[in-house]
Design a protein around this ligand. Structure first.
Ligand SMILES: [Zn+2]
Length: 111
């Protein structure tokens, strides 16, 4: 049993919608022990291990993929890796905004 230090309430296992264990590495649906009142949370040793592993795995690819530009009709195209599609919940038909930053970089924003 876990007790919240702030409000002395019993803390229960719950799932955090989002948790950033490492800056810039956002995990979704993370198991933790949560205070029902203050929503303070902590991790058991096992939970922390999972969080660390998931965070490391995500960081490992932190969505850095190499792709080749290919030709489709008169356009140059590249495919978006499956991991990014899933992570960003991209759907066919979504509008994107493509903005060059300089001659080497551009930003793609989902609208
Ligand atoms: Zn509390």
């Amino acid at each position: 049993m876990w007790v919240c230090k702030k409000c002395n309430q019993e803390m229960k296992k719950a799932v955090l919608e989002e948790y950033e264990y490492e800056e810039g590495v956002l995990l979704k649906n993370v198991e933790a022990v949560v205070c029902p009142k203050s929503e303070d949370f902590l991790f058991t040793e096992e939970q922390l291990e999972v969080v660390e592993k998931r965070s490391a795995a995500m960081k490992a690819h932190l969505f850095r993929f190499k792709r080749k530009l290919t030709v489709s009709g008169r356009s140059l195209v590249f495919n978006i890796p499956e991991d990014i599609v899933r992570h960003m919940k991209l759907k066919k038909g979504q509008d994107i905004d493509l903005r060059p930053l300089d001659d080497k970089r551009f930003i793609i924003e989902i609208k």
